[in-house]
Write a protein that binds this ligand. Sequence first.
Ligand SMILES: Cc1cc2nc3c(=O)[nH]c(=O)nc-3n(C[C@H](O)[C@H](O)[C@H](O)COP(=O)(O)OP(=O)(O)OC[C@H]3O[C@@H](n4cnc5c(N)ncnc54)[C@H](O)[C@@H]3O)c2cc1C
Length: 219
Amino acid sequence: MQTVRKHRLARKVQVTFVTAEPCCGHFGIGGLRGGQKMLELFFRMLKIKFVTNSRVSEVRSDGVQLDGGAFLPSNFSMIIPPFRGAAAVSASAGVGDEKGFVPVDGTYQHERYLNIYATGAAAAVAAPWQTPVAVGGPKTGFPAEMMAKITAHNIAAEIQGKPKKERRSFAEFPAVCVMDAGKNGVMILLDTMLPPRKHEVLIPGPQAHWAKLAFEKYF
Ligand SMILES: Cc1cc2nc3c(=O)[nH]c(=O)nc-3n(C[C@H](O)[C@H](O)[C@H](O)COP(=O)(O)OP(=O)(O)OC[C@H]3O[C@@H](n4cnc5c(N)ncnc54)[C@H](O)[C@@H]3O)c2cc1C
């Protein structure tokens, strides 16, 4: 009896995904070939409505107000605010930008203070495009690790008095991304994080979910 009631309740639930991104599958990296179609197909299969290019202006107890007038009635809202840097960076005059990220060059050295390096989530990443609603770049583990290695090499070179520095921008890193979505998911393999790219591979399927599980168990 309880199962039947739960089932009826589940059928009434409408999930709506609201994003600042200009289209589904933009991911803050300018989109991928076939990515938008794939994401929209997933949403349709899961009966999830989506609203792109939107800015939330107010969250109320009965729903979410969007800029431009639309109101989405809601019993439960999950809000993910824009990503910000560490408070310590914002509190240090001249070190960070207005969002608390550290402006660095391709060697991950501060653009003005040469004794400061920043990597990973702390480093400012400039997007080469402007979208109607501002969209940030993805700050994920793989580029964080690559930036950290480059930074470590450069700091060691500086200590040893070696002039040559390793240099690679966020845009040039390859992307290796496993996105888990319950029983399913997508693996993304790109030769460069930002376009223009030569290779873009999207592999949908349950193996993305299994890979994430294996990764979690490994750690
Ligand atoms: C829910 C979630 C899921 C994610 N899933 C994935 C994923 O599947 N794949 C992927 O690649 N990435 C994923 N990421 C992103 C990934 O975790 C980050 O990109 C990565 O951890 C960034 O590494 P980092 O070392 O730059 O920063 P962090 O891992 O955030 O490390 C920063 C460290 O600095 C410390 N710190 C902060 N302030 C101070 C201070 N004032 N003084 C001293 N220490 C301080 C913090 O405690 C923290 O230990 C996910 C992130 C989240 C939140």
